[in-house]
Design a protein around this ligand. Structure first.
Ligand code: AMP
Length: 395
């Protein structure tokens, strides 16, 4: 996958519509409680401003259900952007209305405006062609830099690309380079680590990765479905009983493909789903009724650490235990540390694993922390993301 980026197109003096992900968390008063998504967008915006483009930013925020609602206004984002850029970012009162058109037509080189929330129009999520055309008519070039919504074909993520030359910004480019690179041409050994609550959420990822990896490590809640499928006692551990056959099929497929599949050999179990129950370590398959497995045990940690040691590419998605509870975050932390010590290209997707890495202060030891939950899962499933597919290919 080789898509054109902002660097492959002449943006000087041009009106450039940039789809960002400014879907930031806010408190009751509308104050932004975490500005990282805005900060992450700055590289592309600054590049365009330095190149003397006329920059028109757009984004969604929350779920306003297709109508104007001040609660979901991008006004706080415009304010924060102005502060971070050190220059005024005017907010249009609408998306494709009078005010947006006026501000866009008045833009000078090196200036930037922000349109109101694209989801104030129900046409946005319907990828309505008239709405897409109107939005596109504000600009001469389209840049998609919102990876978190790239798996959705909406007007501002896909529709506009039918009417404008379309390229990616630096954030999407990084996602393509790392995740695309790992999936298309990984340095070997290639190890994938999957955790999280459910097998059903990760089936597509497992199937796609089984075609590519040398080792597949499975931990977290989903490991108990595999354990039960293998006839082990899992007590009250989380389990998807309708996925037992599937778990066995995955085990068989791994064998057939020559992929080393590593499952937990012991568990840290508890009498309740909390930090406060009784707890102990048991061998896999020895979980008594009334107890549930909330983390991998020390033997498993050793095996998993060993399995990543010599990896040259690592993809990790999902925690290996209930990392929300301190007592059961040990396995997840240990794996984060083990990956950080390798010289592998290391890619992390999923909010929980990324949060664990950040808590440990290890973020800069990873090659890439993907910014999109659903989008990165679909990428790892090998699906084509409409917001990326629609961009121009490099020759
Ligand atoms: P996901 O969003 O699929 O990556 O799943 C993340 C969730 O999986 C987290 O909230 C974890 O608490 C949960 N999880 C991980 N291990 C277990 C487990 N052994 N039992 C129950 N939930 C788990």
């Amino acid at each position: 996958m080789n898509k054109k980026s902002v660097k492959d197109i002449d943006v000087t003096g041009k009106k450039v519509l940039v789809r960002c992900d400014f879907n930031v968390p806010q408190d009751e008063e509308g104050n932004i409680t975490d500005n990282r998504r805005i900060v992450a967008a700055l590289d592309t915006i600054k590049y365009l401003l330095e190149k003397k483009a006329k920059v028109i930013l757009c984004s969604h925020l929350g779920r306003p259900k297709g109508e104007f609602n001040t609660k979901y206004s991008l006004a706080p984002v415009a304010k924060e952007l102005s502060r971070l850029l050190g220059q005024e970012v005017k907010l249009a009162k609408d998306v494709i209305g009078e005010d947006a058109k006026k501000l866009a037509s008045e833009l000078q080189e090196g200036q930037v405006i922000l349109l109101e929330n694209v989801r104030f129009h129900k046409e946005e999520e319907k990828n309505d062609s008239e709405f897409s055309k109107e939005l596109a008519s504000l600009a001469e070039i389209y840049v998609n830099d919102a990876f978190g919504t790239a798996h959705r074909a909406h007007s501002s993520t896909e529709g506009v690309s039918h009417y404008l030359p379309a390229v990616c910004g630096f954030l999407i480019q990084k996602e393509i380079n790392f995740m695309g690179g790992a999936l298309e041409n990984p340095k070997k050994p290639f190890v994938a680590i999957l955790g999280g609550a459910k097998v059903s959420d990760k089936i597509g990822v497992i199937e796609n990765l089984l075609e590519k990896v040398d080792k597949l490590i499975i931990g977290g809640g989903m490991a108990y479905t595999f354990a039960k499928a293998q006839g082990q006692n899992i007590g009250n551990s989380i389990c998807e009983n309708d996925k037992l056959d599937l778990a066995n099929e995955i085990i068989a497929k791994a064998k057939q493909k020559g992929v080393e599949l590593l499952l937990p050999v012991d568990s840290h179990i508890s009498t309740e789903y909390s930090n406060n129950g009784q707890d102990k370590f048991v061998k896999a398959g020895d979980i008594p009724d009334g107890w549930e497995g909330l983390d991998i045990g020390p033997e498993t940690i050793k095996i998993f650490e060993d399995a990543v040691k010599d990896a040259k590419t690592v993809i990790w998605n999902g925690p290996l235990g209930v990392c929300e509870f301190d007592k059961f975050s040990v396995g997840t932390k240990a794996i984060a540390i083990a990956i950080s010590k390798t010289d592998a290209v290391s890619i992390v997707g999923g909010g929980d694993s990324a949060a664990a890495i950040e808590k440990l202060g290890l973020s800069d030891k990873f090659s890439h922390i993907s910014t999109g939950g659903g989008a990165s899962l679909e990428f790892l499933e090998g699906k084509k993301l409409p917001g990326i597919e629609c961009l121009m290919d490099k020759e």
